[in-house]
Design a protein around this ligand. Structure first.
Ligand code: G1P
Length: 288
């Protein structure tokens, strides 16, 4: 069955970005001129995803507003000759069909995904964590769909991590089966360094069968007392094959102010319209 749906959990409090997240959802913080969330919706659309379900929480209504058309603003821009800008404004509303579900309680990533069950409607789907911004063409979702088609199994994006940082992530126990592809035998959420089965850490992209919802329902609270997606994947393994895919691309941690700053600088260097100015800026900042 074609994968045509993406679930994007965006219900978190964004505590690492306080105080700005008092009022602005973390997912709307920009890399240059575009919200983080738009980068991942574009990555999904580029991979052929047609429907995007964003899981939000109360107080984050501006996320939904962002994906609505703003005809007045577009008209004003077009009238003043700023057609390129008008097109940028229109783009967010046209990338994909974006809908929203509310997670009423902050019970964890697994619970956020479970909240989208009805909207997913029994199809295989992609989960994209908007904190994990990955620059590459083709995007990581498109790369993973190829692995899904070749193996027929679920797919989790992973990257090798220096051992001293492994405890911050979900970690897979897996054996290589193909170029960049490993078959998963086990997973652990945020293990201590001693307990980590490998240094292949989960990055926020998953292709999952709809059966994961039954597994999420029988997943007890785990790390931090939250219902963890990683724990549900352990249950999924009992009846589904799961592959880890070492993606091509650079991952930026949009979940922290410094990670977002790094992404902004590197995207600024990569973009033709900003490259020269960012280079000049970096030069002026360099100590003699
Ligand atoms: C979540 C997942 C974790 C994964 C990480 C990737 O953790 O639970 O398995 O490695 O995203 O960003 P969080 O960063 O929400 O604590």
């Amino acid at each position: 069955m074609k994968v045509r749906t993406a679930v994007i959990p965006a219900a978190g409090l964004g505590t690492r970005f306080l105080p700005v997240t008092k009022l602005v959802p973390k997912e709307l913080l920009p890399i240059l001129d575009k919200p983080m969330l738009q980068y991942v919706v574009e990555e999904a659309a580029e991979a052929g995803i047609e429907r995007v379900i964003v899981v939000t929480s109360r107080g984050k209504e501006s996320i939904a507003a962002y994906f609505q058309a703003m005809p007045d603003l577009e008209e004003r821009l077009a009238d003043s000759g700023a057609t390129a800008l008008a097109a940028k404004v229109r783009a967010a509303a046209e990338i994909a069909q974006v809908s929203f579900v509310i997670q009423e309680q902050p019970l964890g990533l697994g619970h956020a995904v479970l909240t989208a069950e009805e909207a997913v409607a029994g199809e295989p789907f992609v989960v994209i964590l908007p904190d994990d911004i990955i620059a590459h063409s083709p995007g990581v979702v498109a790369q993973m769909l190829v692995v899904h088609e070749n193996t027929g199994g679920g797919v989790v994006a992973v990257e090798p991590m220096p051992w001293e940082r492994v405890h911050n992530y979900g970690v897979v126990d897996a054996t290589p089966v193909d170029d960049r592809v490993h078959q998963i035998h086990g997973l652990v959420e945020k293990p201590s360094r001693r307990e980590a089965p490998s240094n292949l850490t989960i990055v926020g992209r998953y292709i999952l069968p709809p059966e994961i919802f039954d597994d999420l329902r029988r997943t007890p609270p785990g790390t931090n007392g939250e219902i963890q997606l990683t724990d549900a994947l352990v249950l999924l393994l009992e009846h589904h094959e799961l592959y880890a895919y070492e993606f091509l691309g650079t991952r930026y941690d949009g979940g922290t102010p410094l990670g977002l700053l790094r992404a902004s600088l590197e995207f600024g260097l990569a973009r033709e319209d900003t490259r020269q100015e960012v280079l000049a800026l970096l030069k002026t900042l360099q100590p003699e």
